[in-house]
Design a protein around this ligand. Sequence first.
Ligand SMILES: [Cu+2]
Length: 158
Amino acid sequence: MAGKAEKLEYAWIALVVVMLTIFLGILGYAVIGEGYSAPEDAVTCNVKKLEEQITPGVKEVAPGVYEVDIVARMWAWQPNEIVLENPKKVIFRITSADVQHGFEIVGTNVNFMVFPGYIAEITWYPPSDAEGEFLIVCNEYCGLGHQNMYGKLIIIRS
Ligand SMILES: [Cu+2]
């Protein structure tokens, strides 16, 4: 005969099995039913040969369309100041030369993580009233000088 303590133990085991079944069921449904998966088109890069894959700077590829390549490293953005004239579409390509960083343009919806070994690419359509100076901060703690890691985005409208 099972004692009261033993019964409780079986009850806890059953609870754990039920929870795991629910968890794995949800996970399985997300993968098979909804088609969720890890990104397969992630762009990787070699941290030791960054200059071959990314050239920090701003390029205007069409009127109002900019490509901004950025390298993040402890504790600065390269380039640290970005100037855009009448931007309609901005494509940021950012990677890290050392540790994980977070690229955020304060007051906008641009906010994403930057990992060494990967080139993060996002497209931003700045609102037509976005003008003036915007603060760029690193929002992932990246070491002793983290609080000094900030830059500037200047949008000029004419
Ligand atoms: Cu940081």
